[in-house]
Design a protein around this ligand. Structure first.
Ligand code: UTP
Length: 300
C-alpha cells in the first residue's frame, strides 16, 4: 500500500508489549509487596483488562516487561492446577469460568526483565528481541478504557489502513499538559489526526495542543534504534515519547480520538472512579452499586 510519500508495507499486527516494571510509587504502601498492575478493578487485575483488550484486537503474542518483585504478574497467566482441581471437585463452576480468561495459549506469553526502572522508553527497548522487525502494540495496564469497541481494536483498524505509528489520543484540560505527552497536530478529520510533533510533559504555555497520548500505541519496529540510544529525557528517564518524536516524517504517524472513556488507574482518584464506572456497567453489580451510592450522592 502507498501513502503518497513512500511505499510502505503494512505488516499484520500480532504482537503486544506490556510494560509492568514501574515502581508504582503513587500507590504505596499497597505496592510495597504487590504490583500496581495486579490491583483489581472490581474483580479482575489491571493486567487482565490489558490482555483482554489486546486479544480482542487480534494480538496473539505478548511480552511482559517485568522487574524485581513482579513474578506474580507472570504466574497469574499460568494454569493453577490445584485451584482448578479443587474448584472442579467442589462443583464451583462459576470460579472455573472466572479463571478461563487467565489462560494463555502455550508459548504466547514471554517475559523480559528490566533490571532497573529507567523509564517507559527503556522498558520498551528491553523487548527488542521479541519485536524483531514486526509492528507491535503497547498497552500500559494502568490505563483502562470503557468503550463499545476495545480501544486497541480501534487503533489496529486505523493501523491496517495507514501503517506506521498510531496512538490513542484524548483532550486534557489545558492546565494539565505538564502531566502528559502532547501532540502537535497537522490535518485533523475529527477522528484521525496527523501527528507533526510530540512533546513530553510541556508547561501549559509551551504546549502545542491539549491532545495527549494515552497508554495505547501501535508502533513500527523502527522505534528501536532511537530507543537504543538510551537518551534521558523528562524526569531523567528514557522517554518513549522522545523516540517517537524522532520518527515523525519518517513513517506515517497518526493519533486516533478513540471512542470510550479512559481511567488513569495509576492515580488514586482515577482508580476509584474506575471501580465505580466498571461496577455500574456490570449486570450483576450495577443495581446494588447504584443503590449504595444514592445516599452518598444526596449528601454531596
Ligand atoms: P508509570 O510511570 O505510570 O508507572 O508508567 P510507575 O512508574 O510504576 O508509577 P508511579 O508514578 O511510580 O506511581 C506506566 C507503565 O509503564 C511501566 C509501569 O509499570 C506502568 O505499567 N514502566 C514504567 C516500566 O515498565 N518501566 C519503567 O521504567 C517505567
Amino acid at each position: 500500500m502507498t501513502n503518497g510519500r513512500q511505499a510502505i508495507v503494512i505488516k499484520p499486527l500480532r504482537k503486544a508489549v506490556l510494560p509492568v516494571a514501574g515502581l508504582g510509587t503513587r500507590f504505596l504502601p499497597a505496592t510495597k509487596a504487590m504490583s500496581k498492575e495486579m490491583l483489581p478493578v472490581v474483580d479482575r487485575p489491571l493486567i487482565q483488562y490489558a490482555v483482554d483488550e489486546a486479544r480482542a484486537a487480534g494480538i496473539e503474542q505478548f511480552c511482559m516487561i517485568t522487574g524485581r518483585g513482579k513474578t506474580e504478574l507472570v504466574e497469574y497467566f499460568d494454569i493453577a492446577y490445584e485451584l482448578e482441581a479443587t474448584l472442579r471437585e467442589r462443583g464451583k463452576q462459576e470460579g472455573l469460568d472466572a479463571l478461563r480468561d487467565t489462560s494463555m495459549q502455550p508459548g504466547s506469553i514471554v517475559s523480559v526483565r528490566q533490571q532497573e526502572p529507567m523509564g517507559l522508553g527503556h522498558a520498551i527497548w528491553c523487548a527488542r528481541s521479541f519485536i524483531g522487525e514486526d509492528p507491535f502494540a503497547i498497552l500500559l495496564p494502568d490505563d483502562i478504557i470503557l468503550s463499545k469497541t476495545p480501544c486497541l481494536k480501534q487503533l489496529a483498524d486505523a493501523y491496517h489502513l495507514t501503517g506506521g505509528n498510531v496512538v490513542a489520543v484524548s483532550e486534557v484540560p489545558p492546565e494539565q499538559t505538564n502531566r502528559y505527552g502532547i501532540l502537535r497536530v497537522g490535518s485533523d478529520d475529527g477522528h484521525m489526526v496527523e501527528v507533526t510533533g510530540l512533546v513530553e510533559k510541556p508547561a501549559p504555555e509551551d504546549a502545542p495542543s491539549n491532545l495527549s497520548i494515552i497508554g495505547r500505541y501501535v508502533l513500527t519496529a523502527d522505534v528501536m534504534p532511537f530507543l537504543a540510544k538510551l537518551e534521558r529525557g523528562a524526569g531523567n528517564e528514557v522517554q518513549l515519547t522522545d523516540a517517537m518524536a524522532k520518527m515523525i516524517g519518517r513513517v506515517p504517524f497518526h493519533g486516533i480520538r478513540y471512542e470510550g472513556k479512559r481511567f488513569d488507574c495509576g492515580d488514586k482518584v482515577g482508580f476509584l472512579e474506575a471501580q465505580i464506572a466498571f461496577a455500574l456497567e456490570r449486570e450483576d453489580l450495577g443495581p446494588a452499586v447504584r443503590a449504595f451510592l444514592k445516599p452518598y450522592c444526596e449528601c454531596l
